[in-house]
Design a protein around this ligand. Structure first.
Ligand SMILES: Cc1cc2nc3c(=O)[nH]c(=O)nc-3n(C[C@H](O)[C@H](O)[C@H](O)COP(=O)(O)OP(=O)(O)OC[C@H]3O[C@@H](n4cnc5c(N)ncnc54)[C@H](O)[C@@H]3O)c2cc1C
Length: 481
């Protein structure tokens, strides 16, 4: 029997045969994450039902010398959960128990497959979980940790990393370790958050939650163009106001979101700005009036205030639907994720417009405006020859423009496979070498999500098990140190 078959038989013994998928039809769902452009069929997908089954599955892969990739809900947008050919995909979707809710300590302990929104639901109404990706109904907490995910409320409240208190991890040889934020010494937990599945699998997660604010006020302001909406953002931030959220959409994304949701957004404008303030009631009231004035001063053509929770929800519905809604206007699109200094917004938008004209492809823009985190949506039609490639090039040019303006290649979607070629634009060879050494300290054999994040995959030690040669090495895409 070939090693691959031996391994899948062993995995079936650990998790139950119904939770080990090997048929190409059954594997079709798992060939890509949210970035469908990249596809790969793994040797097998395994769905463990407990942390112990994850440990045993990882150990079995280690003993066979077979690489593996962790997968949460598969909503990632950088190809982080893209399987490795000849590798095993470890799907954590069955691990969705909420293990404890300790509101006196403002903590919850969960398994990695629990969805982001479930955390806020389980601690409501006294508390909430602030990092709120637009995919929060579906995406898993394990995936959020691996990507250090953000969302509309991260400008004020911080990203996932600010809410992870402790982790139980399975390392690539099947060892189980615990990391605790409060422990003295090196911040290894900080290193794990955002490591995109390359350092191990989080199997038990302790999260901090925040007390629910006394008051929440939301407004929707419309502007003739993104430049004047950008001025309002600068005015608000310069006035020392820190909104709970401050989000911008341009003309094309408003159109797509409005068509999808019927939320009542104006279609005769060039930009919409959502500003949400939260906190003590009196402070909210005073600052809200100030924000309204600042929007008007920046040239808002209309400022609408949500008068009820339903109206507030409708405003957010359009924003949260913006990515998916683009499918109404374009058969296909790339969601880009770049960061720029807030003050460079109009310059970068001008460059995006120029690139859009040069490549002959539409680009819609959705921003976490407070953080300077842009999400250009590059539209294309895969049926037109050469268009997907042009769209990919255009998306790459947008990211280069972000870096040139002093920003970053990713704000929250991670590097994955999509951005790894752009890592040298931000990091020196010495930086990359330091990342690599950290990775090898957790995963000496390069079995955890190989081929992701680093521009040229490098392998550290001998591959254990019968293969001896790493599949990436065999394919000529990895070098051995
Ligand atoms: C419509 C839409 C809107 C989105 N909006 C946002 C947004 O506002 N903000 C934002 O930050 N992102 C957003 N995303 C991107 C995506 O939802 C996030 O990156 C999310 O955290 C991915 O979670 P997941 O469970 O789907 O992870 P997956 O896609 O399954 O995996 C992502 C990465 O995490 C690793 N991983 C998964 N589970 C574990 C684990 N338990 N231990 C170790 N590694 C693990 C995988 O190997 C992979 O590298 C959006 C995506 C979509 C499709």
């Amino acid at each position: 029997m070939a090693s691959g078959e031996e391994l899948t038989a062993q995995l079936a013994g650990i998790c139950g045969p119904e939770y080990v998928l090997t048929h190409p039809d059954a594997l079709a769902t798992y060939r890509s994450d949210g970035l469908e452009h990249y596809r790969q069929t793994p040797l097998a997908a395994v769905l463990p039902g407990s942390g112990e089954e994850v440990r045993q599955a990882v150990r079995a892969c280690f003993e066979a010398g077979v690489p593996w990739v962790a997968r949460g809900s598969g909503t990632g947008l950088s190809g982080g959960a893209l399987p490795v050919a000849e590798g095993v995909l470890i799907v954590l979707a069955r691990l969705r128990r909420i293990l404890s809710v300790e509101l006196e300590d403002a903590r919850v302990v969960v398994e990695p497959g629990v969805t982001n929104l479930s955390i806020s639901r389980v601690v409501a109404p006294t508390h909430f979980y602030p990092p709120d990706p637009s995919s929060q109904i579906v995406c898993s907490i394990g995936g959020n940790i691996a990507e250090n995910s953000g969302g509309a409320h991260c400008f004020k409240y911080g990203f996932t990393t600010n809410y992870v208190a402790a982790l139980e991890l399975v390392l690539s040889d099947g060892t189980v370790v615990g990391l605790d934020r409060d422990e003295p010494g090196y911040d290894l937990l900080g290193a794990f958050v955002g490591s995109e599945g390359t350092l191990g699998i989080a199997t038990k997660i302790t999260l901090r939650v925040a007390p629910a604010p006394e008051d929440v006020r939301t407004l929707l302001a419309f502007f003739e163009d993104t430049g004047s909406a950008g001025e309002a953002v600068t005015g608000i931030v310069s006035a020392g106001i820190v909104p709970g959220a401050i989000e911008m959409m341009d003309r094309l994304s408003i159109r797509a979101a409005e068509e999808a949701t019927g939320a009542g957004y104006r279609l005769d404008v060039g930009a919409a700005l959502i500003v949400e303030l939260d906190g003590p009631q009196e402070e909210c009231e005073t600052r809200f009036e100030h924000v309204k004035r600042l929007c008007s001063d920046a040239g808002a053509v209309e400022v609408r205030v949500a008068k009820s929770a339903d109206e507030r929800e409708l405003i957010w519905k359009a924003r949260k639907a913006a990515f998916a809604a683009m499918g109404r206007l374009s058969p296909a699109y790339f969601v880009q994720d770049g960061v720029i200094p807030r003050t460079r917004l109009s310059e970068v938008l001008r460059r995006i417009d120029a690139l859009s004209a040069e490549y002959g492809l539409s680009v819609a823009n959705v921003f976490h405006a407070g953080d300077g985190n842009l999400h250009p949506l590059v539209c294309y039609d895969a049926a037109r020859e050469g268009e997907p490639e042009r769209a990919e090039q255009l998306a790459g040019q947008i990211i280069s423009a972000c870096v040139e303006e002093g920003g970053s290649i990713t704000g929250e979607h991670g590097v994955g496979v999509d951005k790894k070629a752009q890592m040298p634009a931000m990091f020196s060879e010495a930086d990359l070498e330091a990342f690599h050494r950290l990775r090898c300290a957790f995963d000496p054999h390069g079995l955890a999500n190989p081929g992701k994040v680093m521009p040229t995959p490098r392998l550290c030690g001998e591959v254990p098990g019968p293969y001896r040669e790493h599949p990436l090495e065999r394919a000529g895409v990895a070098t051995r140190l």
